[in-house]
Design a protein around this ligand. Sequence first.
Ligand code: EPZ
Length: 418
Amino acid sequence: MDKIRITGGVPLSGRIEISGAKNAALPAMAASLLTADTVRLENVPYVRDILTTRTLLQEMGAEAEVLPDGTATLNSAQLRSYQAPYELVKTMRAAILVLGPLLARSRKARVSLPGGCAIGARPVNLHIMGLERMGASCRIKHGYIEADTEGLRGAYILLDTVTVTGTENLMMAATLAEGETVIDNAACEPEISDLAFMLRRMGAQIEGEGTRTIRIRGVKELHGCTHSIIPDRIEAGTFAVAAAITRGDVEVVNCRPSHLAAVLDQLSQTGADISIGATGFRIRGRDQIISRSITTNPYPAFPTDMQAQYMALMTQGNGSAVITENIFENRFMHALEMIRMGAEITIDGRQAVVKGGKPLSGAKVLASDLRASASLILAGLVANGDTWVDRVYHLDRGYARIEEKLARLGARIERFAD
Ligand code: EPZ
């Protein structure tokens, strides 16, 4: 397993280009199952989860090519399998996103239950509830969701919890259902809107994306399209924290600042100097980092996927900050590793109190999930001495060559293949 060594103390400076959003590219790849035509995607990040999804589609019989230049060409005219096997789903829970499209296109699917992960139980009951509302029959057998339908029908679906991939699965399924589907209490993340934009390009009739109520009128079939994936707001936020925590001066380009407004606003409140443009922003860290509390909530509030990165910043704050994690029940694993670096953090259920002002010292630390590994690299950038982050395969799932990008900003960071 690869390791990454970071030697702290360098203020980052320079310009960083943001890659396409993993969490927009994953549903977009799944959406290619909805048509027998070819779908071309651009600005696809070349990360592990994308390659895993490519393999999944290929194993179903689809043609799926993903290139390092960000292009993906997908065609599922000749599907020979309708299942997402456990061996694959256990490495990437987002494989659940093929469930809705397979039911809509092929009227059957057999998808392994994703199971939990480091950050929480991650149930998919709302995905199943919505599909059953639309006329699918779903059975749980031997750890798999076995689903089939005589044909999906439009339905009114109220999601009692805001679920991103749940909204995406149901939106995709509804595009080919007979009649109108209303998804209430839908997720509003930019990735939902990007998927809706792509589906409309394929001939779907969708309105209301980006609001809590999405209406989809089913059509007989969808055709192919070419679609460019939105920039990754979480990668952009991660680099913004890297600039703030190292007291650097970084220009983040090829992103949509409006997609991370809550993050940039919060970083401004901690004292960072941020100037925002149409396709990027400049962030300058200040010597004094002001401790400010946050609560994670569904978009457009502060995103859970930036909580770990923000905690790293708060270890350098001038006081105490309370971090409340409202989305996942176990998303403070990174705190335990930061404590080993000298941070003062106390955890009480969904709240972590971060007492700043303690210098961090480099240590050997363990990544537990995608964003936790990013937060440990951020902590290493400001720690005295060397920090070794192990199990960086978590990082590779969602960040394309992060160590190269940080090194270009002056960070003393190096990957070691184990
Ligand atoms: C998506 O996960 C993202 N993944 C996650 O990013 C992100 O953290 C999460 O949304 C929240 O923003 C992808 O888009 C591939 P949820 P998802 O369904 O859809 C509960 C990363 O780092 N829930 O929005 O799986 C659930 O337990 C990853 O890139 C149900 O109860 O998350 C959680 O408390 C990590 N029943 C809440 O909803 C369901 O059927 C939000 O989960 C579904 C979800």
